[in-house]
Ligand binder design. Structure first.
Ligand code: BTN
Length: 261
């Protein structure tokens, strides 16, 4: 089990992780976070679980969350409009990829919009959910799932070839508390840049870490399959694809894969 004190002792943040709730088992840390946020929880509150029985991924998918992983959510209250959620998700992916590179010396990359990969295999997913009132964002829940000390062989068969874990890549277990401490610190650093309207700097870093930018890709977005060249990501975080007819299409959600030629 994660020992909270080991995360909190020496944690160099002003906001994120000042309050941490830790559970042995929840349905989803995002669900717990959303309830706490609706009840007025402070910005920066973190919810961590050892395992999730109903872990959720993007696009209504399940998120397999066995013991040994790093499954957590953060409550934020940025003064932004709902359209800015995509930028915040990209920002989170940069922070996670940096910690994996800096602390663990693993070559992490980002696949648009927010998967963190190692050697082309997914190690982290991010699910951003928000509560709004008209055009006003009341709270954002950032849900982050990292396959830390989990055995890839225990994953459902259809996922085994496309996922990896930090333990598998390092050939040893990751000290989860120290890793979480570094994550909370890096997330706060990038969130501060985000709230200071420095997304252009974050986007530059995102592009340096991006996999598939400049490659021929397939994107399935809202049931439509688009094939073309991934030319760029714009200031709102949307992916720009140049299709065969020469048009540039803007995609705000979807699943990217390398085009099989
Ligand atoms: C994805 O890539 O589809 C997003 C996965 C997000 C998983 C995390 S684990 C912590 C939080 N709680 C959830 O139920 N989902 C997110």
């Amino acid at each position: 089990m994660i020992v909270l004190r080991r995360i909190q002792d020496g944690l160099q943040t002003e906001l994120i992780g000042k309050e941490i709730h830790h559970f042995a088992e929840v349905t989803s840390t995002n669900d717990v976070a959303k309830k706490l946020a609706a009840g007025g929880a402070e910005e920066g509150t973190v919810i961590i679980a050892e395992t999730q029985t109903g872990g959720r991924g993007r696009i209504g998918r399940e998120w397999f969350s066995p013991k040994g992983g790093v499954w957590f959510s953060i409550i934020l209250r940025p003064k932004v409009s709902p359209e800015d959620a995509l930028r915040l998700t990209l920002t989170t992916a940069v922070a996670v990829a940096h910690v994996i590179r800096r602390m663990l010396r693993l070559n992490s990359e980002i696949k648009w919009p927010n998967d963190v990969l190692i050697e082309g295999k997914k190690v982290c997913g991010i699910l951003t959910e928000m509560s709004t009132s008209g055009k006003i964002v009341k709270s954002v829940v950032l849900g982050i799932g990292i396959n830390a000390n989990v055995n890839v062989e225990s994953f459902p068969e259809h996922l085994r070839n496309s996922v990896t874990s930090l333990k598998k890549e390092l050939r040893e277990e990751v000290p989860r508390e120290r890793f979480l401490q570094a994550l909370l610190e890096e997330l706060e650093r990038y969130y501060t840049m985000f709230t200071r309207s420095e997304f252009d700097l974050i986007l530059e870093e995102w592009k340096e870490l991006a996999r598939f930018l400049g490659s021929h890709i397939e994107v399935v977005s809202c049931g439509e399959k688009l094939v073309g060249l991934a030319v760029d990501v714009d200031q709102s975080g949307a992916l720009l694809i140049k299709t065969r007819d020469g048009n540039v299409r803007r995609v705000v959600s979807g699943d990217v894969s390398l085009q099989k030629l």
